[in-house]
Design a protein around this ligand. Structure first.
Ligand SMILES: O=C[C@H](O)COP(=O)(O)O
Length: 247
């Protein structure tokens, strides 16, 4: 089971460190985390990365970035190099979140280049896919598959991948997407992923995910990608407990 959380730009550096310290304590005593049956990763904001990496250095919680640039070196003011993220100790990087698409104008080509940059630097991509409007599961799955195939076009050397199914209409809401919809889309996504030979990829759900959801979805998903509802370390801990209950 894979559980990840992105802090987006919600927590400042000090709050991110405090949050990481609380998660570290949860992970330290949780048997399923210790045994590796639940893998945890967190994606703080860029300025908090180093401090959070320091806090989690001797814990099983992996750290990643929420974005990277598609080139590693050069005249790219403000760019973030995947090589530097790896050097800092990041092992994950998020690519394709809809907020990057909408607010920062990233398109399919940008996402493909960033996906390649992640792989080139040995970072596990957390590739976000999802439909914009609430539509039927079959149509949603086709859109997600098209986004996945586009991001991975010409990809070589893929070792590990997290695919986060994040329907845009369910992000930032009080409730996640209905479980039946999530299960149906993820089943079709999983089928496609298996067909193209990525059997080890984890397919997780994100979009107002919170305590109770994992139990409702059961083993039909590989985990969750959390946003706001992970800000409370106790909520994160209770979701790890839910993962334990599914074993
Ligand atoms: O990256 C996380 C997702 O966009 C979900 O965020 P949210 O749970 O705050 O809606």
């Amino acid at each position: 089971m894979t559980l990840g959380a992105s802090l987006k730009l919600y927590l400042d550096v000090d709050a991110s460190v405090e949050w990481a310290e609380a998660l570290k304590e949860t992970a330290r005593v949780h048997p399923l985390v210790i045994s590796g049956h639940v893998r945890l990763f967190v994606l703080p904001s860029l300025p908090a990365l180093s401090a959070v990496i320091d806090v989690l250095a001797d814990s099983p919680i992996a750290v990643g970035a929420q974005d990277l640039f598609w080139e590693d070196r050069g005249a790219y003011t403000g760019g973030v190099s995947g090589a530097d993220l790896a050097r800092l100790g990041c092992t994950y990087v998020e690519v394709g979140h809809v907020e990057r698409r909408r607010i920062f104008n990233e398109d399919d080509l940008t996402i493909r280049l960033k996906f390649a940059a992640a792989l080139r630097n040995g970072l596990t991509p957390v590739l976000c896919v999802g439909e914009a409007e609430q539509i039927d599961a079959e149509s949603a799955a086709q859109l997600c598959i098209a986004q996945l195939d586009s991001a991975m076009a010409n990809t070589t050397g893929l070792r590990d991948l997290v695919v986060a199914y994040e329907p845009e209409w369910a992000i930032g809401q009080a409730e996640p997407a209905p479980s039946a919809h999530v299960v149906s889309v993820i089943r079709k996504l999983r089928q496609h992923i298996d067909e193209i030979g990525l059997v080890d990829a984890a397919v997780v759900y994100g979009g107002s995910a919170k305590p109770g959801l994992l139990s409702a979805l059961g083993n039909r998903v590989d985990g969750l990608f959390l946003g706001r509802f992970a800000h409370d370390p106790a909520a994160f801990a209770s979701i790890i407990d839910e993962a334990a209950g599914l074993r």
